[in-house]
Design a protein around this ligand. Structure first.
Ligand code: COA
Length: 385
């Protein structure tokens, strides 16, 4: 919270709220009815009609792929099905209680030490590194999770799409009709999570990239930033809230008590989208339909009760993390993997921003308002008390 009179400094905006801190051609966040667009394409259209692989290609290569380009891109991803030795070795020795986001952060840092293009910041090298990260991140999450839980290894299948593979790697679900529907909902959620302008983790990646360090360093910064509960960590916290509430009968009282105790309800509110998040409506529909497919409406009903009360009492709308947690609970994805799944998608947005930053770089170095004492007199060590 600011400790100074901000009206005397019109250029100062605590938390950088409303500040235009750079330019991007990647995504447009409309605070009104217009919704979100990736390179001009409405995200509602992409979620409905495209696969996540097409969206990833759009963000990294600047255009939607042709059929052949998509096939080649999928083959490139499938060709990265083995983790580099040092990363595989690290996953074998991580402390058993480590959070998957911490494992991911350190693994990505290690990947930077094994990547053949590690220190090459040219556009093409940055794209090649981004594609390898997109392929390796799901594997890291799955291998770490399976080792920690004594589950057998599974290999990604080249004949499955990105979301189908991810679902199978994390939950062993594949093949039947329910798994097919789940994979489609996961695919939509990956599309929705892919990119969101200058959010905290992307900005952190851009600040790091603006020193012209390497792409892996920028992504490592971004993962550490996403982990926080005010940002990507919110989806895990939402699921914990649903599990704590447990049944629809308890939901209303639970949320009223929480508000009375001035608790923050995870999955509500947004720094930019004060009148609602168009992505939330899309994932809400998907979560409802998946609840019907699974014959389990419990989480969805708890969610709609909380949603109603938050809008009535606080005028706050759900953000993307809220109904996503309903969908991920139904899929059986372990809660600690929700934010890592977010990384599987947002890696595309982060990398596209790093590439954009380094292609047109100017060091990001803002100023601070000094609030400490103006003149402190130096006292030699032997006379200090
Ligand atoms: C996302 C978030 C950090 C945006 O914060 P912000 O723009 O800085 O807004 P503030 O934290 O200043 O909140 C403004 C007011 O709304 C309240 N508020 C905001 N989000 C709230 C929430 N989720 N639950 C309860 N109250 C909330 C704050 O308490 C504050 O009230 P006050 O003015 O009476 O003190 C905030 O809404 C939040 O913490 N949400 C929960 C975490 C979450 O879902 N994160 C994912 C974001 S995509």
């Amino acid at each position: 919270m600011p400790t100074i009179d901000t009206t005397k400094h019109p250029a100062y905006s605590p938390g950088l709220e409303g500040v235009l801190a750079g330019e991007t051609a990647l995504c447009h966040v409309d605070e009104g009815e217009g919704g979100l667009r990736y390179r001009g394409y409405a995200v509602s259209d992409l979620a409905e009609q495209a696969t996540f692989e097409e969206v990833a290609y759009l963000l990294l290569f600047g255009k939607l792929p042709t059929g052949k380009e998509l096939k080649d891109f999928s083959a490139q991803l499938a060709g990265q099905s083995v983790l580099p030795g040092p990363v595989a070795a690290f996953l074998g020795v991580v402390p058993p209680a480590a959070h998957p986001m911490d494992i991911l952060r350190t693994s990505v840092s290690l990947l930077g030490m094994t990547d053949p293009d590690a220190s090459d910041n040219s556009h093409d090298a940055n794209v090649r590194k981004s594609v390898r990260l997109l392929a390796h991140i799901p594997l890291i999450i799955a291998v770490a999770h399976r080792l920690a839980n004594g589950k057998p290894r599974v290999e990604p299948q080249p004949d499955l799409g990105f979301a189908e593979n991810l679902l199978c790697l994390l939950t062993d679900r594949r093949g039947d009709e329910t798994a097919r529907v789940m994979a489609r909902v996961l695919d939509v959620s990956l599309t929705l999570y892919a990119e969101h302008e200058f959010n905290a983790s992307t900005f952190s990646a851009r600040v790091t990239a603006s020193t012209m360090t390497d792409l892996h360093s920028a992504v490592t910064s971004a993962i550490g930033t996403l982990k926080g509960p005010l940002h990507g960590g919110a989806n895990e916290a939402v699921a914990e809230m649903f599990l704590e509430i447990g049944s629809r009968d308890r939901a209303e009282q639970w949320v009223r008590d929480a508000l009375a105790h001035k608790r923050r309800i995870m999955g509500f509110g947004h720094r930019v989208l004060k009148n609602g998040d168009s992505r939330s409506l899309i994932i809400q529909r998907q979560a409802e339909s998946l609840s019907r497919t699974c014959g389990d409406r419990r989480w969805y009903e708890i969610a709609t009760i909380i949603d109603r009360i938050m809008q009535q009492e606080k005028g706050l709308y759900p953000n993307l993390d809220f109904y996503t947690a309903v969908a991920y609970l139904l899929m059986g994805i372990p809660q600690q993997l929700y934010t890592p799944v977010f990384v599987c998608s947002r890696i595309t947005g982060w990398c596209a921003h790093v590439i954009e930053q380094q292609d047109h770089n100017r060091l990001i170095r803002p100023r601070a308002l000094y609030t400490g004492p103006m003149t402190s007199e130096y006292v030699p060590l032997d006379r200090r008390r």
